[in-house]
Design a protein around this ligand. Structure first.
Ligand SMILES: C[S@@+](CC[C@H](N)C(=O)[O-])C[C@H]1O[C@@H](n2cnc3c(N)ncnc32)[C@H](O)[C@@H]1O
Length: 192
């Protein structure tokens, strides 16, 4: 399983939005989901994506999407926003709720999500252009943290200081979704 965490400081934490750009840049979230799961001719069957939203009105929310054989039945590239909306609507206080096969929602903070994965023995990598070159890094058993359009907030970076290694995809600054595409390609090439 390849595993990513996308943190959005602004994405809305309720499903009552129409305009994706005004829902705390939910458009970027959709691009990240597409870049994580979709290939030209099929869906990836080995992805676990954690979306952590910190926007209003009920932050934080942790949405977890895991590749399942049934996935193509309920996730369409044309309506990723609809899926996110439905997940947010179906949230139930005090529960980690499975909304569709492999799609879970709960109230959990970014720090807690990262800490739990680190406690499971996963290696946490923070994607940052100032980090170590990913091509020279052993990324086995890695979980990759990607920031939103503003980058990961300083406070969150600080929380990761002792837990994560910073890795770079090169000197250019990419969109979050482009970073996922490059990362997926790097993982594909190493697994081939
Ligand atoms: C649009 S970028 C953030 C831009 C923001 N203004 C900044 O300077 O951090 C979104 C995310 O993509 C990842 N990213 C972009 N370019 C990268 C690179 N060259 N190496 C590693 N990660 C990168 C980082 O995780 C970043 O937080």
């Amino acid at each position: 399983m390849r595993e990513f965490i996308y943190y959005s400081e602004t994405a809305r934490t309720s499903g009552n939005f129409k305009d994706l750009m005004r829902a705390g840049r939910m458009d970027i979230v959709c691009h990240v989901v597409i870049a994580s799961f979709f290939l030209s001719n099929k869906m990836r069957d080995d992805v676990r994506l954690h979306l952590v939203f910190n926007g209003p009105p009920d932050a934080p929310k942790h949405l977890e999407l895991v590749s399942t054989p049934e996935m193509s039945e309920f996730i369409s590239k044309k309506d990723v926003a609809g899926l996110i909306k439905r997940m947010l609507y179906k949230y139930k206080k005090g529960q980690k709720r499975q909304v569709f096969p492999g799609c879970f929602i709960e109230k959990k903070s970014f720090s807690k999500v990262v800490k739990e994965l680190s406690d499971q023995g996963k290696k946490i990598f923070l994607l940052d252009e100032k980090g170590d070159d990913i091509r020279q890094t052993d990324i086995t058993n890695g979980v990759f943290v990607i920031g939103d359009h503003e980058g990961l907030p300083k406070k969150k970076k600080k929380e990761l200081k002792t837990l994560a290694q910073m890795v770079s995809l090169g000197n250019e600054i990419y969109f979050a979704s482009q970073s996922v595409v490059i990362l997926n390609n790097e993982l594909d090439r190493r697994l081939q």
